[in-house]
Write a protein that binds this ligand. Structure first.
Ligand code: AMP
Length: 400
């Protein structure tokens, strides 16, 4: 029988699950419960060609997981017979000590809980997901896969903030990096797709989803990444600001008398292209730019321009970090689907060895593809990310 891993990604008000067969790479089912704890939650499960959904109140993550299993049954699935071997949990922050995929016991849960101050928006709901799933499926091994893991050995020059060394050590302040599962998976896929050895490729991976991050990877090992102590640093994102002058925080606290929590919420949830342009979905942003009335169209245009400007700055920086870049890969929701973003990010970079082919860039496809011109020294790719598959594979690797 095929081995199957249940992968759980638990957020504060949502819970995603998928059933993945790591040996074949097939995802046999996936599901999502949104608006947990609100009056009307939305749950949806897809299995084969059947989709079942439900709108009802889902009080907590416990109820969400139970409902997901129910809908999976309704769609014709049977958890008992799919060959479940493990439950994989996506944990955002592993801190300094948790980085290898780890079989979860009470000590790991306690450690992940301790890391809450480093990732207040992400770790606590993930830990709730772990606890709920361990209670519901006590006989299976539960394995934590950390978003920070791939960047654990980032060179010190890239990982260190130039600030008071002792204070940084005391409070574990360094650049941890996030989306690591995706950056690693996509860079490995790129090598496989090009049929070139991973250890001989210098790559830039641009993970552009609602969250967005860039990484520079030399021979399979990351040498820089745009996210830092938290996922707030770096590129402009859907709702996060990315890089800002830290002076803004003190200015708002001192002068606008804003509480630290409010500044944090503003930079996380009301910034980025949403904060500037009124929407965090790039399809809507383009619609506003092309057909919206003023001043909305102008706001959306500025949001897009700021996003592209920051992206180009990081690409330029990583071309310099790597010296000789063989591959640039776009991935995640925006990176995989938005040809305009890809074009505008790379236009005019021919003198730096990067030239996109307009026609290839505009032609959609489901799998990995080349979008650079034949004569471009750097190959530009679009590769769909698959964090669930990467987590499932990490789980079976732990089990041996
Ligand atoms: P992710 O976080 O990877 O799921 O990406 C979600 C984001 O991808 C959405 O907020 C949209 O901005 C973007 N997106 C998804 N589909 C498209 C599309 N067809 N064209 C442009 N952007 C898209």
């Amino acid at each position: 029988m095929n081995r199957t891993v249940l992968v759980i990604n638990s957020g504060s008000s949502s819970m995603k699950f998928s059933l993945v067969q790591p040996d074949s790479g097939v995802e046999i089912a996936d599901g999502l419960v949104e608006r947990i704890g609100e009056r009307e939650s939305i749950a949806k499960v897809q299995f084969g060609d059947r989709t079942v959904d439900r709108e009802c109140a889902v009080a907590d993550h416990d109820a969400a997981l139970r409902l997901t299993f129910e809908l999976f049954d309704e769609a014709g699935g049977n958890l008992e017979t799919v060959g479940l071997v493990a439950v994989g949990h996506r944990l955002v922050h592993g801190g300094r000590d948790l980085y290898r995929p780890t079989v979860i016991d009470d000590a790991v849960v306690a450690k992940a809980r301790e890391l809450a101050p480093l990732a207040p928006l992400h770790n606590p709901p993930a830990v709730i997901g772990v606890e709920v799933a361990r209670r519901m499926l006590p006989d299976l091994p539960h394995i934590a896969v950390f978003d920070t893991a791939f960047f654990h050995d980032l060179p010190a020059a890239a990982a260190t903030y130039a600030m008071d060394r002792e204070l940084a050590e005391q409070w574990r302040i360094r650049r941890y990096g996030f989306h690591g599962t995706s950056h690693q998976y996509v860079s490995e896929q790129a090598a496989e797709f090009l049929d070139r050895p991973l250890d001989q490729l210098n790559q830039i991976v641009l993970h552009l989803g609602n969250g967005a991050s860039a990484s520079a990877i030399a021979g399979g090992r990351p040498v820089d990444t745009s996210m830092g102590l938290t996922p707030m640093e770096g590129l402009v994102m859907g709702t996060r600001s990315g890089d800002v002058d830290p002076g803004i925080v003190f200015y708002l606290a001192r002068t606008a008398k804003m509480a630290v929590e409010d500044i944090e919420a503003m930079l996380n949830r009301r910034s980025g292209v949403f904060g500037l342009g009124g929407d965090n979905d790039f399809r809507e942003l383009h619609r506003l730019i092309e057909g919206g009335s003023e001043p909305e169209a102008g706001h959306a245009r500025l949001a897009y321009d700021v996003y592209i400007h920051r992206l180009r700055k990081y690409i330029g920086a990583y071309l310099a970090v790597l010296g000789d870049t063989h591959v640039i890969t776009f991935t995640a929701g925006v990176g995989e689907n938005d040809a305009k973003v890809r074009r505008d990010a790379l236009t005019g970079l021919a003198p730096l060895g990067v030239e996109i082919d307009e026609h290839l860039n505009e032609s959609p496809s489901r799998g990995a593809r080349v979008i650079s011109a034949d004569n471009s020294p750097t190959t530009v790719l679009v590769i769909p990310t698959d964090e669930e598959l990467a987590i499932a594979r990490a789980c079976v690797a732990v089990l041996g």
